[in-house]
Design a protein around this ligand. Structure first.
Ligand SMILES: Nc1ncnc2c1ncn2[C@@H]1O[C@H](COP(=O)(O)OP(=O)(O)OP(=O)(O)O)[C@@H](O)[C@H]1O
Ligand SMILES: [Mg+2]
Length: 411
């Protein structure tokens, strides 16, 4: 792909739509040339509840990014998430057909047998899959089985399932806003691409994207995704708690949270306060900022407690030795990393910043942009004719996954 080619990612979030247009460079970096951020309408917890509103705001976000990039995009990678998703690691097996070596057909059969083993109630489908590794005649961690000799081929597949209609509705809205869906990508995978280092991915790391309606969880181990899930609690719950307890409107509570909110009450001086307008629109009141932090803290604790339980149940918690990386708008309250670390057994915790980008770097520096940046990066990497040294920067299982995603029909 030449540096004149543009790629795009669209994050259709509960609170905002973010479109990123970029130009992939041959050294593997993405030059960000257009950013369109609009508040979303017509979505709740990742689900379209008003199609017309959703199409209009998606279109607006695309338009803003296009104007800035001075180009039009035909296609984009689109993020998929929501409380409906769940994941499973499953093994598929096939006997290698007679012949000198393992062929593409053998590999396809092994993957298909893994797919067939994914438990799928009627309304659900596999919305994303990643090949984690192969085993040839009992020898594991094989990266490229093609051309090897062997009689039995096993594949370990990470399969993410979701409600088919929910995913189709998001994709149809993007298409109706005028952009073809190049590929759907599970959002935490996109976010991880933007903010997680190769070393963290190899060691084992938990990614938590605290969004508006949901908090996405992903665990990367040995270089690839090992667990994905979404918890139906996010930053909007914090805003609603503030609104309810202080008797102010949602917008006033949101402003108060984003401007003055802190996650740890003990660091807030007792005499600090701000004036807020009450829900009746007539009276205002002084609210101590320590009280605001006292409202925020338990909800963040709840989010990370749910994350902990979710990852423990997946059996991957003990393997996350590189710690925790936070993302999403809800990770921006000062002190959030402290709460995450406290709940997650003192694991080292940081807020992730997008890496490997040039161009409009400052315009995408907030954690709310990371998912869309990752989507555009993946679009660039998949279409790119990157040099071998660039590919070496990428984990081997990721390479298999990309190879697969190129040769497999989209699930
Ligand atoms: N500066 C800030 N401080 C605290 N919270 C913030 C800040 N900026 C945004 N938020 C919160 O982040 C949340 C939105 O985050 P984000 O943009 O990542 O969500 P989304 O992608 O739209 O939602 P989802 O991923 O759930 O679909 C909102 O609850 C918002 O209040
Ligand atoms: Mg999001």
């Amino acid at each position: 792909m030449s540096e004149d080619s543009f790629v795009a990612g669209i994050d259709v979030g509960t609170t905002k739509i973010c479109t990123i247009i970029g130009r992939p460079h041959s050294d593997g970096r993405l030059e960000v040339v257009g950013v369109g951020l609009t508040p979303s309408a017509g979505l709740r917890r990742g689900i379209i509840v008003d199609r017309e509103d959703a199409i209009a705001t998606i279109g607006e976000s695309i338009e803003i990014a296009q104007r800035q990039a001075e180009t039009e995009i035909a296609r984009a990678h689109v993020g998929v998430t929501g409380a409906h998703i769940s994941s499973v690691n499953i093994t598929g097996r096939t006997n290698v057909a007679p012949g000198p070596a393992i062929s593409e057909n053998d590999v396809q059969r092994a993957v298909q047998s893994a797919r067939d083993a994914v438990p799928l109630p009627q309304d659900r489908e596999i919305i994303h899959e990643v090949v984690r590794s192969f085993t040839v005649d009992g020898e594991g961690d094989v990266t490229r089985p093609l051309g090897m000799s062997g009689r039995r081929l096993d594949v370990e597949l990470h399969a993410v399932t979701g409600t088919a209609n929910i995913v189709a509705n998001v994709e149809r809205c993007v298409a109706d806003a005028g952009v073809e869906v190049g590929r759907r990508v599970l959002e935490p995978i996109a976010t991880g691409t933007a903010i997680i280092t190769e070393a963290e991915r190899d060691l084992g790391v938990i990614l938590v994207d605290v969004g508006g309606g949901t908090s996405d969880v992903a665990v990367f181990i040995h270089g690839s995704i090992a667990h994905t899930s979404a918890i139906p609690v996010g930053g909007n719950h914090i805003t609603r708690d503030i609104a309810r307890l202080l008797r102010v409107g949602f917008d006033e509570a949101e402003k108060l949270k984003c401007r003055f909110g802190r996650a740890l009450p003990e660091g807030v001086p007792e005499d600090e306060s701000v004036q807020v307008m009450l829900a009746d629109g007539k009276r205002s009141e002084h609210v101590p900022l320590r009280l605001v932090a006292e409202i925020i803290e338990p909800r963040l604790e709840e989010i990370f407690t749910l994350v902990r339980g979710n990852v423990v149940r997946s059996g991957k918690y003990e393997q996350a030795s590189a710690g925790v990386v936070l993302s999403g708008g809800g990770s921006q309250l000062p002190g959030t990393t402290n709460i995450a670390s406290r709940v997650l057994d003192d694991l080292p915790t940081r807020v992730g910043m997008s890496r490997g980008i040039i161009g409009l770097v400052d315009a995408v520096s907030s954690p709310v942009h990371s998912t869309a940046v990752g989507l555009a990066m993946l679009a660039g990497q998949e279409g790119s004719t990157a040099q071998p040294e660039t590919m070496d920067d990428i984990g081997f299982v990721e390479r298999i996954a990309r190879w697969w995603e190129r040769i497999l029909p989209r699930a």
